[in-house]
Design a protein around this ligand. Structure first.
Ligand code: SF4
Ligand code: SF4
Length: 119
């Protein structure tokens, strides 16, 4: 299982109570040297069209396990990441055990960032 991921971008169709329901996400930030130069490319604004379009990327088993989890994070997507300067990046895969995606006021990908980035 991938590391635990929390996300504050509540306007994203994949966000459910601060957790991410996607199977897989893509974090952008080629050449990023700071957290603010990264973003979650998988962000899609909540709404009927995106709910239908993104249904193929839903972690349904993770959602079921989450219901019975007593608070531990079961819903964590596999993370592909372009920010190769991040210490947790290994061949464009994230190896961090806890990832925080931030985007409290985000209404698009540009408003999000990976706060766990460390050079
Ligand atoms: S912004 Fe990214 S990490 Fe956050 S819920 Fe959406 S897809 Fe998941
Ligand atoms: S912690 Fe690093 S490798 Fe993982 S998603 Fe964030 S920027 Fe990418």
């Amino acid at each position: 299982m991938p590391g635990a991921l929390s996300c504050s971008a509540e306007a994203c169709v994949h966000n459910q109570g601060g957790l991410c329901t996607a199977n897989q996400i893509h974090v952008g930030g080629t050449n990023a040297t700071t957290s603010s130069q990264t973003l979650c490319d998988t962000f899609a604004e909540k709404g009927f069209t995106n709910a239908v379009t993104h249904i193929g990327n839903m972690n349904i088993m993770g959602e079921i396990k989450q219901v019975f989890s007593n608070g531990s994070i079961q819903m964590s997507p596999y993370i592909k990441c372009d920010a190769e300067k991040c210490a947790y990046n290994s061949s464009r895969i994230c190896t961090a055990s806890n990832v925080q995606i931030s985007g409290v006021n985000a209404d698009n990908s540009e408003g999000t960032k990976c706060s766990t980035f460390i050079e």
